[in-house]
Design a binder for this molecule. Structure first.
Ligand code: MG
Length: 392
């Protein structure tokens, strides 16, 4: 097993949307193609990209991680089942990296890790979800994944009617659970922002038949404890599906304080990029394994090799994998959800094109989706994404 070549590029995922923290008009993504040869004369090319929310990493890829990947010793790439073992490549890429400080390098490694898993599944002539179920779960894969439609961003001039129309489009696509942003009214005093968000939430809930379990709200880490508690008190009667990233993702003690006061499900983790960061959240964040949701995004956090360590850490701490619903809305996490028995995956039907969204021929029914049987992660089955990746 040998790494033959690695190509990389940078593409825009620019969008006019904004959440409570950033606008996405200048966002970019790294894309890579990794070609791997097995001992039997076969080659496969796997593709990877970084999930939305972090920028392209051309410098880190070119200076450190691609050269190290190309030098990976062939013996470390052999899995016991005869296929490609991405963990060997991971160890080579992380040589001479000190612990801690997981910021941007976890994104660069995650892009390459995604491509290695795509190649591993193609060499095994299996979809990735099946390869994962076979290697780690005794062959047991879920038939479908639960997904929900994430949107409800702030656009200039977008009012409640436009927000409700957007959510109606998601329902028309087959989603029954939707997510909207809150806490993003710029420069507005807390009391007024809360009043405006309550009116936005009530407008969407009316569309959902008043069923709070069909609505998630996302703050994108903007609040301090005071605002998080004020919003929490206002949200509690609606019994929402979850209250996402109310606080700074690294402020664990404040999460613990909020969890004491807000009885409904909290969701967080999309901006924690290593097993160690995830473990700190579990140890110190006061979250509750019977209800809270963990959103670590394997594409942003060193890839699936590291995500497997995170799942094992969670198990040791009494957290079932079903409490994980990764951020990012990409096919990589969707394969992981089905193959490793997670609680589901995010989906972005209208934003972050072409990286958001799943295979073209897989309709969503009652917020569940079936995965294609094609070998790999399935990028070739999504025409708009394949048009970008094949240029590599
Ligand atoms: Mg979020």
């Amino acid at each position: 097993m040998r790494i033959v070549s690695v190509r990389d590029g940078v593409v825009p995922i620019a969008s006019a949307i904004a959440n409570a923290y950033i606008d996405f008009s200048k966002m970019t993504a790294s894309v890579v193609a990794v070609t791997v040869a097995d001992g039997g004369g076969r080659q496969a090319t796997g593709y990877g990209f970084n999930s939305n929310g972090r920028y392209a990493q051309p410098g880190l890829l070119k200076e450190r991680f691609i050269p190290r990947l190309l030098e990976t010793s062939p013996a470390t790439l052999e899995h016991a089942d005869g296929g490609l073992e991405p963990a060997g490549a991971w160890a080579a890429m992380m040589k001479n990296e000190k612990p801690g400080g997981h910021g941007e390098r976890s994104v660069a490694v995650g892009v390459l890790d995604m491509a290695l898993w795509d190649a591993a599944a193609k060499l095994a002539r299996k979809p990735l979800w099946k390869l994962l179920a076979d290697r780690y779960r005794g062959g047991a894969a879920d038939e479908t994944a639960w997904i929900y439609a994430a949107g409800g961003y702030y656009y200039p001039g977008k009012d409640n009617a436009a927000l409700v129309e957007e959510m109606q489009r998601y329902l028309d696509l087959g989603y029954s659970v939707v997510k909207m942003k809150i806490g993003g009214a710029p420069g507005t005093p807390l009391r007024e922002a809360l009043k405006e968000d309550v009116s936005r939430i009530e407008a969407v809930l009316k569309l959902l038949g008043g069923d709070g379990s069909r609505l998630c709200v996302d703050v994108n880490g903007r609040f301090g404890l005071h605002a998080a508690l004020a919003y929490g008190a206002a949200l509690e009667p609606y019994r929402l599906r979850w209250y996402e990233e109310p606080l700074d993702p690294l402020d664990y003690a404040t999460h613990a304080a909020l969890a004491e006061h807000y009885p409904g499900p909290l969701a967080t983790g999309e901006n924690l990029f290593s097993m160690q960061d995830a473990r700190n959240l579990i140890r110190h964040g006061g979250l509750r394994p019977d209800r809270d949701i963990l959103q670590f995004d394997p594409a942003l956090s060193y890839g699936l090799v590291e995500y497997l360590r995170t799942l094992s850490m969670l198990e040791q701490h009494g957290w079932p994998a079903r409490r994980c619903v990764p951020h990012g809305g990409h096919q990589f996490a969707l394969n992981i959800a089905v193959g490793l028995g997670l609680g589901g995956n995010e989906s972005y039907p209208e934003v972050f094109a072409p990286f958001g969204g799943f295979a073209d021929a897989t309709p969503v029914q009652d917020s569940r989706i079936r995965l294609p049987d094609a070998p790999g992660i399935g990028f070739e089955a999504k025409a708009s994404l394949w048009a970008v990746l094949k240029d590599l």
